[in-house]
Design a protein around this ligand. Structure first.
Ligand SMILES: Cc1ncc(COP(=O)(O)O)c(C=O)c1O
Length: 391
């Protein structure tokens, strides 16, 4: 099966049929499973026999979802989690000890940044943050007690690209665990394990669901690291629910076609914005003007569904732009088939002071679009109208 192409694997990886011979995998809404005998129960408990025991540990729906994602990410093992943040948190806490050190890129999701800068220090674990594209800073940040490297690529919200080959080499030379949050690209566009990442994280809430319905997450990697993450999740309880796993496994069936359209729409909007004099700067990995265009082309199949751009007029203009949009939703999500517009300075990154925002590349007039699957002409008309309202 694993010799098949992405689209076939995404559709044809299914759990075993029940005696009803269903075509589409049913939903297993059960919190526990029965044993044929006391002996079998004891064997499953001791791990001597395979089988489901309790849905916090495993369930046919979570198993199907994670087996499929392992094939799509080219990873040997995986564990499904209740949300993307559960995956991020587990990948740190399951692998570190008091006194350890982490190096992470600055451009990461705010809550991941909170865990690294505020929560883990309470447990005696400290983090150095570096610019994702500054190779010297990555090298200089490594200490004797460094254990993990963590990054997102493309990064949030500025869409910078991490050089996965370089960071893989750095982590292998220093015997570090290299973790990539692949949420912005999805496995259809980029498979970090092929560049040497030891763990790949997903917020499945984003492109994997793709329709803004459920929360979910996943950690993929080698058997040894995943076993540590599995032990942590199983005992602490951030497991994915069977219902959400069922939704997400079905969603993976259409990930490829959705990503093709997300990327085609995003590229069209990025090109249109770049040609417009009311816009200062556009950031999209597959625009030739992107500082890391060639690196993005090497690592990603297409440019992704997110576009960043800057308008004059600062925070007030940003808010006015959002209020003038008719189709784009104003909501705290991305990766949905519905297009979404975000003004990081006044929303997602408003807790940072202006200097901290600028340090992350977030100018007062920076806007981020998660380009959906609506017709691109309608989306362009909406942007045009909103830009008129501020000019
Ligand atoms: C890159 C990235 N990673 C992780 C998360 C967290 O995912 P979740 O909301 O599913 O917990 C997000 C959420 O926006 C994200 O953008």
């Amino acid at each position: 099966m694993s010799s098949h192409k992405f689209e076939t694997l995404a559709i044809r990886t299914q759990s075993e049929q029940s005696q009803n011979r269903e075509h589409s995998t049913p939903l297993y809404l059960t919190s526990s499973f029965t044993f044929e005998s006391a002996e079998q129960g004891a064997n499953i408990f001791l791990g001597k026999e395979k089988g489901n025991l309790y849905s916090r540990f495993s369930n046919p729906n979570t198993t199907e979802f994670i087996d499929k994602l392992c094939l799509l990410e080219n990873c040997a093992a995986g564990i499904a989690t209740a949300s993307g943040m559960a995956a991020v948190y587990t990948s740190f806490v399951a692998l570190i000890e008091q006194g350890d050190h982490i190096v992470a890129s600055k451009d990461i999701f705010g809550n991941a940044s909170y865990i690294l800068s505020q929560l883990l220090p309470k447990m005696g674990v400290h983090c150095t943050f570096v610019d994702v594209d500054d190779h010297i800073a990555w090298q200089e940040a490594i200490q004797e007690n460094t254990k993990l490297i963590y990054l997102e690529t493309p990064s949030n919200p500025t869409l910078k690209i991490a050089d996965l080959d370089f960071i893989n080499q750095l982590s292998k030379t220093n015997d570090l665990v290299f973790i990539v949050d692949n949420c912005f690209a999805s496995p259809y566009l980029q498979q970090p394990a092929n560049f040497g990442a030891d763990l790949v994280i997903h917020s499945a809430t984003k492109y994997i669901d793709g329709q803004g319905r459920v929360l979910g997450g996943a950690i993929l990697g080698n058997e040894t690291l995943i076993q540590k993450c599995y032990d942590f999740i199983r005992r602490t309880g951030a497991s994915l629910s069977p219902f959400n796993a069922w939704v997400l496994s079905k969603s993976l069936e259409t990930l490829g076609v959705r990503m093709d359209r997300h990327c085609a729409n995003a590229l069209a909007l990025a090109q249109w914005l770049e040609a417009d004099s009311r816009v200062n700067k556009v950031s999209y990995p597959f625009l030739e003007s992107h500082a890391q265009f060639h690196l993005a082309k090497k690592q990603m199949k297409l440019g992704g569904g997110l576009v960043g751009f800057e308008i004059a007029g600062g925070v007030e203009a940003g808010k006015k732009f959002l209020n003038s949009l008719k189709i784009f939703s104003l909501t705290a999500n991305l990766g949905d088939c519905r297009s979404i517009a975000t003004h990081p300075a006044s929303t997602t990154h408003s807790k940072l002071n202006p200097e901290e925002q600028l340090d992350m590349g977030i100018t007062p007039g920076y806007l981020r679009l998660s380009v959906g699957l609506e017709h691109q002409d309608d989306l362009i008309e909406d942007l045009d109208h909103a830009l008129q309202s501020i000019s």
